[in-house]
Ligand binder design. Structure first.
Ligand code: FAD
Length: 410
């Protein structure tokens, strides 16, 4: 049994703590905010095993003028952040070619293929299973042109084992009668599900683990000092030595990884959500509007509309225009929606190749990384935690971790 620190209490960190504690390790969890303090709080809640097509795919080159010039584009780039972002952006575009993007899709599909297994045992607990809604996600296209443009991605998904049904206009309407009749095509992803409240799920998971002995330190880790025999973790509460450390701090992981000797080009794709309180009965499943880049998910407190991509770093200022677009687009898709409330901004952790980092620090075998899960960290939290547990135990991981290696950008 080892004494292990897990840094970050999002889907990745708490799942990692769960898998480590299941194997008998003593775990201390560090997070300044507590459970679901980051992107894990406000996501769209979908368990998206179909999401193996990264944002950086060849369509990016076709869509750049739309991204930059069209007011309806769900993508924004803050020009003032460009100098800082430029190296990341150059690599992101480098990885958007057909061959490199397919490499990313194949590696993601490997992880996604084990995503359900990562949660199966955890979801045996009734207090966690109560948040699972087994309703398949529906992707919508409002123009036949957009649907036609999505064909290469859909074909690749199917090649990689994603089960899907293509629906026509009438079938979409029959499935979700409250939607506006503007959708030409839909894609239903078999086997997907969603959570009714991602934040409450993680609070419950943390409470569950605390009952089993998880120690929680509500403080930000300021320094990691890996040594030959131990890793020292420093925060405002003091310093403590551990046998191993799992760094799962999402978009905030870069500086701590650098302290361990690993320069990892992590940045963030910012995303937003709005809540329409008390409206959940308007749809029966998560519904995504492909061209507008958002999901509407029926959750416990109402429909949550979540999406957009803004490249603007970790500053807390929200983009009013993107929030307005999210509100306008969702009310157009679902005309019965009331006024939107509770605007939220979150930071997706994204590497330029669209793959997470899962593996040991190059500088210290006592530090394991699991961060950078971009748009699918809820989905991949469980499997990432199980892979960290494999590494800590010294077992061969359940899948080849070479595509996720921390040193792959050197
Ligand atoms: C709008 C939106 C919609 C999304 N929809 C989906 C979806 O439907 N399905 C899906 O699978 N994914 C979705 N995602 C992506 C998903 O939310 C993220 O990939 C996931 O939350 C990342 O989890 P994480 O645990 O790595 O990071 P986070 O949830 O960000 O957690 C990191 C934690 O580290 C803590 N921390 C930071 N610095 C320190 C420090 N120095 N010391 C200690 N702790 C620290 C933070 O407080 C935070 O709690 C969405 C994201 C957004 C923004």
């Amino acid at each position: 049994m080892a004494n292990i620190a897990v840094i970050g209490a999002g889907f990745v960190g708490l799942s990692t703590a769960w898998h480590l504690m299941r194997e008998g390790h003593a775990v201390t969890l560090y997070d300044p905010v507590g459970a679901a303090g980051g992107a894990s709080f406000g996501n769209a809640g979908t368990f998206a095993t179909y999401a193996c097509i990264p944002v950086n795919n060849p369509s990016v080159f076709r869509d750049i003028p739309h991204f930059l010039l069209d007011a309806r584009s769900p993508f924004r780039l803050r020009l003032g952040y460009l100098p800082q972002l430029a190296p990341w952006l150059a690599r992101f575009l480098f990885h958007s070619t057909a061959a490199r993007s397919e490499h990313t899709s194949r590696a993601l599909a490997q992880l996604l293929g084990r995503a359900q297994m990562g949660y199966d045992a955890m979801l045996q607990a009734p207090d966690l299973a109560q948040f699972v809604r087994p309703r398949e996600c529906l992707y919508l296209y409002s123009s036949t042109k957009a649907f036609a443009q999505s064909q290469p991605g859909l074909a690749l998904r199917q090649t990689l084992g994603v089960a899907l049904d293509v629906l026509g206009r009438d079938e979409v309407q029959a499935l979700e009668p409250n939607l506006s009749p503007l959708f030409e095509r839909g894609v239903l992803f078999r086997g997907s599900w969603h959570l009714s409240d991602p934040g409450a799920f993680l609070h419950t998971l943390q409470a569950h683990l605390q009952q089993q002995g998880l120690r929680v330190v509500q403080s930000a880790v300021s320094h990691l000092r890996p040594g030959a025999q131990e890793v020292v973790v420093e925060c405002a509460d003091g310093a403590q030595a551990f046998d191993q450390v799992a760094l799962c701090a999402g978009a905030y992981s870069r500086a701590l990884a650098a302290q361990c000797g690993d320069a990892i080009p992590l940045d963030t794709e910012r995303g937003y959500h709005l809540l329409y309180p008390g409206s959940s009965s308007l749809i029966s499943r998560p519904v995504g509007w492909a061209e507008r880049g958002f999901y509407m998910t029926p959750m416990a407190r109402g429909i949550r509309v979540a999406g957009s991509v803004e490249l603007a770093g970790l500053k807390p200022e929200k983009h009013a225009g993107l929030l307005k677009l999210l509100e306008h687009s969702s009310q157009r898709a679902l005309p019965g929606l009331p006024s939107a409330t509770e605007p939220w901004l979150g930071f997706r952790p994204t590497l330029p190749d669209g793959l997470p980092v899962i593996g040991r620090s190059r500088a210290s075998a006592r530090v394991v990384y699991a961060f950078g899960h971009q748009h699918i960290g809820l989905t991949l939290g469980g499997v990432s935690g199980s892979l960290v547990a494999d590494l800590v135990a010294g077992r061969a991981p359940a899948l080849d971790l070479a595509p996720f290696a921390p040193g792959r950008f050197l």
